[in-house]
Design a protein around this ligand. Sequence first.
Ligand code: NAD
Ligand code: DAU
Length: 334
Amino acid sequence: MRVLVTGGAGFIGANFVLRSVDQRPDVRITVLDKMTYAANPDTLASVADRVRVITGDVADADLVDGLVADADLVVHFAAESHNDNSLSDPSAFVQTNLVGTYTLLEAVRRHGTRYHHISTDEVYGDLELDDPARFTESTPYNPSSPYSSTKAGSDLLVRAWVRSFGVAATLSNCSNNYGPYQHVEKFIPRQVTNVLSGARPKLYGAGTNVRDWIHVDDHNDAVWTIVERGEIGQTYLIGADGETDNKTVVEKILTILGHPADAYDHVTDRPGHDMRYAIDSTRLRTELGWSPRYTDFDAGLRATIEWYRDNEDWWRPVKDGVERKYAVTERVTG
Ligand code: NAD
Ligand code: DAU
């Protein structure tokens, strides 16, 4: 099977490529990645002889048409993915997440290619801390940020292309991923690499916001499950029952690294900060038989921390630049 993986040099896409090469000898992968600041081509170095990597933009219609023509399956991970960046400059989010997805959809429509769309639980907005509800496939869309609204728009494009043009697409909306190769701008890698660098973790606001953590390998196994067994036109929510508040995550990181659990700073809150995400993945589990393997968040977190400790060469070159960018707007509040 010839698979075109967009965004395959980013966090989740690269883990998907590495795992697929390892576990699926029948799969031939081409990566299309613009190599933005979020990509690290080194992540794919170990599979350079097994994977074709094309540097290019998912919104480049001519390039995309040729690559889709040569593929049996497109898995579309490429996106601008960081909420904080979408608040400082939304333009790339509109271009990549909306125009890029449109460009791919037109190509898969022309060539009749199977398409899987990677999306986020953030399209559903947020939940109150004391709300017993969790997101399901029928929760109304209510995105908060430029990032999540462009992802929501991209999902709606996919659904329209399925209904209007018969495109053979499935969609998945996943909760917060953690694991190796995640950019140090994101919450867990930022705090881990702060501590490893002798700096204090930075908690936005009070730190009571809740995220529903899932290991990246569980996400990617779910993607293959949906590609192989999902119903065309359907959306599947991916989650591993990993609800944890941010303060608890920071305290766990500090404790695992041998520091006092309260050795962190509260800093300026994110504008419009979503309070809580929570996924009900019953459909994926009961209809398609998927279940997560990483059911112990503490064990997954410890392994992830070990990975950052052992792979400083991977993250060190970009760490100072990320912290300089945060320092422009971030102030310690407590
Ligand atoms: P990431 O930022 O780590 O990687 C994104 C990749 O896309 C990068 O390699 C980047 O170079 C590439 N890219 C960006 N613009 C491009 C363009 N115009 N053309 C081609 N490539 C481009 O993101 P991630 O965390 O790996 O997220 C991957 C996907 O998963 C995204 O669609 C995101 O919305 C979704 N998602 C992420 C999470 C999460 O917790 N990180 C959870 C649910 C869904
Ligand atoms: O829910 C899925 C989404 O998860 C994905 O769609 C996004 O691509 C991904 O970036 C992630 O979005 P979040 O905004 O939840 O992730 P982030 O890592 O930026 O932040 C996680 C939580 O931690 C959030 O409540 C904000 C908080 N935070 C973040 C940073 C970077 C801090 O308290 N301090 C920080 O330094």
